[in-house]
Design a protein around this ligand. Structure first.
Ligand SMILES: [Zn+2]
Length: 363
């Protein structure tokens, strides 16, 4: 194999069976030895880290459901319900060594007491799960961001006493933008702690916006989700939040939505129409802030990934699978196949960037 095209192997859990690209010749695996894809770059074993892996905690869902008397607004994926073997089997087949778990917020509309109870049970369950499986799992904490002071306390406890890597939040909070001054206490604490803040959209647009995305094609997701991320990150830039808290470590799902691929328009908006922009906000060119954030690799094709690398830099990109949603079946392939990447670049995207960003010790 050339240096640009990494060699891929698949092996039994023991690492004894190696075949070339594709599974066609691998043959049936003994039930006691589930197939494990071993990813290598130029002969060097890579332990891929997935930063976008959903989970849910049954007790928290029940708390939410009991209070609302209705919806179970979370993923059908339970840390304490789904057999661990199923999850590990999928991770093994996809070549994912470590998953960094998170829970999409569905509690931004509940009162303070209930929010605190939901967050406590989620963080305690996730922390215990990760402690029991530290070789395969880490996690982002949950926080009750509608109460920023409480969210800051929860984040501090999660980081200092529970070994979380940061927090997962939505792209907006009960109709408020993340750049709203109300959230400054949370951003301040995240900056102080060096916490990674994983922003995942929830399609929580306005009614007008949501109405336009109805109809065939699941546009509320395929357009709405990346658009929500784009809007959230854009406000953080243009409202000066990233100037006020320059040490923030923002990690955006789905490759940052549309932001990195269309960011250059940002540099021209205020130049072209200065009367519509506050002088000196943001302090630097908008694209400079885009290059300081981190993005998962969930952009599907090698060409899209190549472009993302070209726009934000290879050191800003980490792997995301969106487990358990089967958007992609082989989440490392487009990294291995992307044009213009060196072996070191591939290793960085698959493992090194995430390990460094999240402080993961990968054996
Ligand atoms: Zn997701």
């Amino acid at each position: 194999m050339t240096s640009r095209r990494a060699f891929i192997t698949h092996a039994a859990r023991t690492g004894l069976l190696f075949v070339g690209c594709g599974l066609a010749n691998a043959g049936p695996q003994p039930p006691s030895r589930p197939a494990r894809r071993v990813v290598t770059v130029r002969g060097r074993r890579i332990k891929t880290v997935d930063v976008h892996a959903h989970c849910a905690v049954a007790e928290a869902i029940e708390l939410r459901r009991a209070a609302a008397g209705s919806q179970a607004a979370n993923q059908p994926l339970l840390l304490d319900g789904q057999p661990l073997a199923d999850r590990l089997k999928t991770m093994d087949a996809q070549g994912i060594e470590m998953a960094v778990l998170s829970i999409n917020p569905n509690w931004y509309d509940v009162d303070r007491d209930l929010a605190a109870r939901i967050i406590d049970v989620q963080n305690e369950r996730m922390a215990a799960f990760c402690a029991s499986h530290a070789d395969r799992f880490a996690a982002f904490a949950s926080v009750a961001l509608q109460f920023p002071d409480l969210a800051a306390e929860q984040l501090e406890r999660a980081m200092k006493r529970m070994s979380f890597r940061g927090a997962a939040i939505g792209g907006s909070v009960a109709g408020l933008e993340l750049a709203d001054a109300k959230f400054h206490p949370f951003w301040s604490k995240a900056e102080e702690l060096g916490a990674v803040v994983f922003i995942h959209p929830q399609g929580s647009g306005t009614a007008d916006f949501t109405n336009r995305l109805k109809g065939n094609g699941m546009l509320g997701n395929v357009i709405g989700n990346p658009l929500e991320t784009t809007i959230a990150l854009s406000h953080l830039i243009f409202e000066g939040t990233l100037d006020r808290f320059p040490g923030l470590k923002i990690l955006a799902a789905h490759g940052g939505g549309y932001l990195p691929s269309y960011m250059n328009r940002f540099d021209h908006g205020c130049q072209t129409f200065p009367a519509q922009c506050k002088a000196g906000v943001p302090k630097e060119r908008p694209t400079e802030y885009v290059k300081r954030m981190y993005y998962d690799s969930l952009v599907f094709t090698s060409e899209a990934l190549r472009h993302l690398v070209a726009e934000v830099g290879v050191d800003r990109i980490v792997v995301g699978t969106d487990y358990p949603y089967p958007w992609v079946s082989a989440p490392v392939d487009h990294v291995l196949d992307a044009a213009g990447l060196s072996d070191a670049d591939r290793e960085a995207i698959l493992q090194g960037n995430a390990a460094k960003l999240l402080g993961l010790r990968i054996a």
